[in-house]
Design a protein around this ligand. Structure first.
Ligand code: SF4
Length: 342
């Protein structure tokens, strides 16, 4: 599989005055292959949404680059760039209510992208809107209704139809289920899984619920305080996490899967995620890590390549500097940065 989206050293900082800088995303490198869903997980404030928006040009990039389908995207989008990439890259938003214009009918909302970015006639757009309403489990006659007439789950189906009617090559789903009831979350995740199979979607799926992410994604990437700290095949990461933070994150999952290894340490994550303002050297998880060592406080761990039972894994933790417990003798870092897509 070739990479459709390649982030190389992607960095997004926000200046907040008095010389203070929020390190929302630091030196993130991640490849997303064609027809692959990568789940991106981490606590609130870890930088997941900022990374997804920077990929799509919704945030200017402070440093690093994004390549899409072999083309390097602008660091700062101009209006023409949004126009140019609108039909190829789309976002499905967290809050299906606030992202839908309450004054437009659902048919107008879903068809708006085609009206702006295609040469289709009004009748052709109507036909596609009806088709997409069916594909997301709604009825064609829902096109004449307004967003407030729908439940949260139905509104998210409208948001999905609005994004996918453009036949995008790449979609960022930014916490698409977190505002929904648990039973509805499962329906939406199932729908996205079906659409992935039928459309060959390539997707970054951002969410809190690791069991949902595991269900829908091929690989799972874990962020902590603006950095990528572990990435691998979803089942490997979920059932056999290597980074202490991933282990705690999965252990604190409200609905742990019974197949999670018995006897594994499942201590709750203590404390809050630290402030991302003026982050210093060393491992960013050191202040909360039960396995912290002196080197962790001074040296930032690169992503070490660790081969595990069923796939390739990268873990940013000094515990893997000498190969870790399952790493082969050829374990290698990447020179102190997250450079090199994973
Ligand atoms: Fe813990 Fe050190 Fe690994 Fe960071 S580098 S996760 S502090 S053991």
């Amino acid at each position: 599989m070739s990479a459709l989206v390649e982030a190389k050293g992607l960095t997004k900082h926000f200046r907040i005055g008095r010389g203070q800088i929020v390190h929302a995303v630091d030196d993130m490198s991640l490849d997303i292959h064609e027809r692959e869903i990568v789940g991106l997980v981490g606590e609130s404030g870890s930088g997941k949404s900022t990374f997804g928006k920077a990929l799509l040009g919704l945030h200017d990039k402070t440093a690093g680059k994004v390549r899409f389908d072999g083309e390097t995207l602008p660091g700062r989008y101009r209006p023409a760039d949004f126009q140019r990439y609108a039909s190829r890259m789309q976002m499905i938003f967290q809050d299906p209510y606030s992202s839908l214009n309450p004054r437009m009918t659902v048919g107008e909302i879903i068809g708006e992208g085609l009206r702006l970015h295609s040469d289709l006639s009004g009748a052709e757009i109507r036909e596609r809107v009806h088709d997409w309403l069916r594909r997301v489990g709604l009825e064609p006659d829902h096109a004449s209704r307004y967003p407030h007439e729908f439940s949260g789950g139905q509104r998210q189906r409208v948001g999905i139809a609005r994004a996918l009617i453009m036949q995008p090559q790449f979609v960022v789903c930014d916490e698409p289920i977190s505002a929904l009831d648990v039973s509805v979350q499962a329906q939406i995740v199932r729908l996205l899984g079906e659409l992935k199979s039928s459309m060959g979607l390539t997707m970054l799926f951002i969410a809190h619920d690791l069991s949902m992410v595991r269900y829908v994604s091929d690989r799972m990437a874990v962020m902590y305080l603006g950095s990528l700290i572990e990435v691998g095949v979803s089942d490997d990461v979920f059932f056999r996490p290597k980074h202490p933070y991933t282990e705690l994150l999965i252990g604190s999952n409200p609905q742990p899967d019974p197949r999670i290894e018995r006897g594994r340490e499942t201590v709750a994550i203590e404390g809050e995620i630290p402030s991302p303002v003026n982050v210093g050297a060393g491992c960013r998880f050191a202040g909360r890590c039960p396995k912290v060592m002196s080197v962790c406080r001074t040296d930032t761990p690169p992503l070490f390549k660790v081969r595990d039972e069923t796939g390739e894994r990268r873990v940013a933790c000094h515990l893997y500097a000498d190969g870790g417990d399952t790493a082969p003798s050829g374990v290698q870092g990447n020179g102190g940065s997250n450079g090199g897509g994973v």
